[in-house]
Design a protein around this ligand. Structure first.
Ligand SMILES: Cc1cc2nc3c(=O)[nH]c(=O)nc-3n(C[C@H](O)[C@H](O)[C@H](O)COP(=O)(O)O)c2cc1C
Length: 169
């Protein structure tokens, strides 16, 4: 066999892994809820659709997250697929906890699922399962309601930067 070899004898340090994982482009979601009357949430690029029947989606949250222990107490969780104009909102949603929702237009359901009004799509969900996976927890969410605006393009996260899709053939 010819070609470039893939050596198993490499140092898989976190910085290098983050760099290489970042080659894979993804969208970004906001996972949020009102807990004890206070908006709680974070930005996550690990969102994936999982199952149609039952309807399931997932995201992974770091075991070190200070937000997740509070957020997981919510009765329902809102998931918003961020649009390409949400780059600043996204950094804010990942930033200092007290300012994550500053200036954002939000709607909460009676069950506390919190979503951004101008997102590309929104889900009302509950936790279906949590699976420990290394230094993260894979959170499986059961979807109860969906809304799809379809008016703008998704925010794309790639190599630690934000962009948008210019053309899909
Ligand atoms: C573009 C982007 C994507 C992110 N994706 C994830 C993710 O998938 N999982 C995660 O745990 N944190 C992710 N984060 C970090 C969280 O938004 C947040 O900053 C982190 O959880 C620390 O805050 P906390 O301690 O309040 O949870 C992402 C941040 C950014 C800017």
């Amino acid at each position: 066999m010819t070609g470039r070899s893939l050596s198993t004898n490499q140092d898989l340090d976190p910085a290098r892994l983050r760099e290489v994982f970042g080659v894979f482009p993804s969208g970004v979601v906001a996972v949020a809820a009102e807990v004890d009357g206070v908006p709680v949430g974070l930005a996550a690029s690990s969102f994936t659709s999982v199952s149609l029947d039952p309807p399931l989606v997932s995201f992974s949250v770091a075991g070190t997250s200070k937000t997740w222990p509070t957020l997981r107490r919510a009765r329902h969780l809102g998931v918003t697929i961020l649009a390409d104009h949400h780059d600043r909102a996204c950094r804010q949603l990942a930033g200092p906890v007290g300012h994550r929702f500053d200036g954002l237009q939000l709607t909460a359901t009676e069950d506390g699922a919190l979503t951004l009004d101008d997102g590309l799509a929104r889900f009302d969900s509950t936790i279906h399962d949590e699976v420990e996976a290394g230094d993260h927890v894979i959170v499986l969410l059961r979807v109860h309601a969906i809304e799809h605006a379809d008016t703008s393009q998704p925010l794309v996260f790639h190599r630690s930067g934000f962009g948008s899709i210019s053309r899909i053939a």
